[in-house]
Write a protein that binds this ligand. Structure first.
Ligand code: PMV
Length: 361
């Protein structure tokens, strides 16, 4: 059989940055996070499973990725992790083709859409995964890339990824957990849709590309260093989990752009402050990012019209409401360049598609 799925990228407004050290290989986060699912920016993935153990042929954007490539290794490692919980997977070989409709590695979270699309496609292709509900599929997508958990819920819109376990809790340091405890931990942390895409009519998400290319410090390595070396890491987790999470949900429920916007910018700045307080420090923002922040605060004098957020790279996503969108977009374009913007809005999550990609091999 052959199965194809599409999954969107997502942009976090309360960020994930760090794993619970007791469950690092399961990517249990230290804190919950909230994101918007992006319409029109997605990965399409086609999967065929064959009954023969262990092989993998993988193509990305029409190009075969050989076993020595990083991309192939990520997918192989991911299938191995899923196989450790679902051993029937080990009896299969996989042919996988994946394509992004936006620039890969431009800092637009292609790993989030990529792993969510892969899990969704696998769940249609493998009898043994078909019965799993969306929460479990979200938890499995997390094993590829944490933020992929939030691209999974099919309702999309505003999505919350629950941390599942308190930071530092769950098992004892140095004691190997039982298989049952591992499975409980695996499924304890997952994402779910809080508000559908149509909840906030006229809300735009403006993706701003200020720099293409690979991240300087990969998020996986960077966040581990933050957990281990930043003495303000735990206060950040406690503050965002204990204070900001509920406030953010209330602001979105009430479509209160002022509170939502301020908290979104603060949460982005908090992430980059955590990075700067890591030792040695990690910088993701560049001059253009700082210029965008400045311009947004200038436009916001008097009333909040725009809100920026930055992930592990210099590219921005700027939120604006309908009446302000053109002014905000023009201003950002004057900083980042004419072809730097992609206009998006909240959209649906992962879904199946009949439009298959060609497989290699
Ligand atoms: O899932 P990863 O390893 O791509 O980590 C992503 C972390 C941030 O994008 C910086 C924040 C987030 O919550 O998406």
């Amino acid at each position: 059989m052959t199965t194809t799925a599409i999954a969107p990228t997502n942009i976090a407004i309360l960020k994930y940055w760090g794993k619970n050290p007791r469950w690092e290989s399961l990517l249990i986060p230290t804190k919950s996070s909230i994101s918007f699912t992006a319409e029109g920016l997605f990965t399409r993935t086609t999967v065929t499973a064959l009954e023969a153990a262990g092989g993998l042929r993988f193509s990305l954007n029409g190009k075969e990725m050989g076993p020595s490539t990083r991309e192939h290794q990520y997918v192989q490692e991911f299938l191995g992790k899923v196989g450790s919980f679902f051993p029937f997977m080990e009896g299969y070989s996989f042919r996988i083709a994946s394509e992004n409709n936006f620039p890969t590695s431009a800092g637009f979270a292609s790993s989030a859409s990529g792993f969510a699309a892969l899990v969704k496609a696998l769940s249609g292709e493998m009898d043994g995964l078909r019965g799993l509900g969306e929460a479990k599929l979200s938890a499995l997508a997390r094993l590829g890339s944490g933020s992929a958990a939030r691209s999974m819920p099919s309702a999309g819109g505003v999505v919350k990824w629950r941390r599942g376990m308190d930071f530092g809790k769950g098992g004892r340091a140095g004691v190997r957990p039982t298989a049952a405890a591992e499975k409980r931990a695996l499924f304890s942390s997952y994402a779910e849709s809080l508000f559908p895409p149509g909840h906030w009519p006229g809300l735009s998400m403006i993706y701003v590309r200020v720099e293409a290319g690979q991240k300087k410090v990969k998020s996986r390595a960077g966040m581990k260093e933050s957990v281990e070396t930043n003495p303000l890491y735990r206060p950040w987790v406690d503050y965002e989990e204990g204070v900001m999470l509920d406030r953010m949900v209330r602001a979105i429920a009430g479509r209160d752009f002022g509170s939502f916007g301020e908290m979104t910018m603060r949460a982005s700045n908090n992430l980059h402050q955590i990075c700067l307080g890591t030792y040695p420090p990690i910088f993701y923002l560049n001059q253009a990012s700082l210029a965008i922040m400045d311009a947004v605060h200038e436009m916001n004098a008097g009333r909040i019209k725009a809100a920026y957020t930055f992930d592990a790279g210099p590219n921005a996503v700027v939120f604006a409401q309908e009446g302000d969108r053109d002014e905000v977009a023009d201003r950002i374009r004057s900083i980042a360049g004419r072809d730097s913007l992609i206009l998006s809005r909240p959209g649906p999550g992962a879904r199946f598609s009949d439009d298959h990609l060609e497989l290699v091999g």
